[in-house]
Ligand binder design. Structure first.
Ligand code: AKB
Length: 331
């Protein structure tokens, strides 16, 4: 019988997804049962005020072990990772953090017979040889970025621990995630978040990919729901484990700018592609997520129109309080 999740540790809890996921987990499992951890960046008030927080380095197993033992942890949501753009600037650091972090979490989960471990993957696992439209679940995985290399290796490593050691590991291939609370740190899809902040702050944006660049994206409430639903799915019904495709919406940078302009009169967007264009061009434009739909009931709720209206409402409220750009990239 599958074990029940009771006491959770979140790595990368100060990052874009980790910061909102930690609060959602605290609502669900009780604040004192969800331990937030980060490496360097100071946590926001909400993270500190609502439950325990520790600084750890996932590349050092001992620092993870101390917190796991102290809080008798039985589930880890491993969100700490170096993303694609930063990874291309420092590939060795990307390999070290992503691979050693992943194996330390897996070893720790095995040693403590944990109920479950969530280790996300990404659309970065795909590469230019992968079919770009409606990218299948099973397909060519030949990424060109170090981040993508660590995601493919991570998926294989996680599935190895499932089959070889019986560790309950699950993961999703996140698309670009868009949110109004914490800025992403060093990804290629960051333009789809920054554009909203700049629209609210200054009514214009300089985008680092071409206007015809189409990528799969997801709004944060769907991202949190997908992560929690997968974590709580019946393990015996899962045929896949660490590599679920999950889709929500796909649009070009130009369509995104036009959508924002409907709500921000006079909004303008200029396009000045940099090194991240090549990364974006190697990723899918849309995702076939039928395995996730069939195996654990995945269904997104947010589309571009609804997301834009919600993002702008939230960011305008934060702007009025003088809060924007405080939650910069976290490690
Ligand atoms: C990135 O752009 O690197 C990430 C991702 C798609 O995993 N947001």
């Amino acid at each position: 019988m599958a074990k029940k999740i009771s006491r959770i540790l979140v790595t990368g809890a100060v990052g874009q997804i980790g910061s909102e996921l930690t609060l959602a987990l605290r609502d669900r499992y009780g604040a004192e049962n969800v331990v937030a951890t980060g490496r360097k960046t100071a946590p926001s008030g909400a993270l500190l005020e609502t439950g325990p927080f520790y600084y750890i380095d996932v590349t050092e197993r001992a620092s993870l072990e101390v917190v796991v033992r102290k809080h008798d942890i039985d589930a880890i949501f491993h969100m700490a990772a170096i993303l694609s753009a930063v990874g291309e600037k420092n590939p060795q650091m990307c390999w070290n953090v992503n691979m050693n972090g992943t194996i330390n979490v897996l070893e720790c989960a095995m040693a403590h017979e944990m109920a479950t471990v969530i280790i996300p993957s990404s659309i970065a696992a795909f590469g230019p040889e992968t079919p770009r439209f409606n990218t299948p679940q099973e397909t060519v995985l030949k990424p060109r970025t170090m981040y993508g290399v660590t995601k493919v290796a991570g998926e294989l490593l996680c599935d190895y621990y499932v089959r070889r050691f019986g560790v309950d590991v699950r993961g999703l291939r996140y698309p670009g995630i868009i949110s109004a609370e914490t800025l992403p740190g060093g990804g290629t899809t960051d333009y789809a978040v920054e554009i909203y902040y700049k629209a609210v702050e200054q009514g214009s944006y300089k985008c680092f990919v071409r206007d015809d660049t189409a990528l799969p994206m997801m709004y944060m409430p769907d991202c949190i729901k997908a992560t929690l639903d997968l974590a709580e799915a019946d393990f015996s019904k899962l045929q896949h484990h660490s590599d679920f495709n999950v889709g929500a919406m796909s649009f070009t940078a130009g369509e995104l700018a036009a959508n924002i302009a409907k709500h921000v009169p006079g909004f303008t967007c200029a396009y000045e592609p940099d090194f991240r264009q090549k990364i974006a061009d190697s990723w899918p434009t849309s995702i076939d997520d039928s395995a996730a739909r069939m195996e654990w009931g995945w269904k997104p709720a947010w589309d571009l129109d609804a997301m834009t209206a919600d993002m702008l409402t939230k960011l305008r409220a934060r702007h009025a309080k003088g809060e924007l750009y405080k939650g910069a990239a976290a490690e």
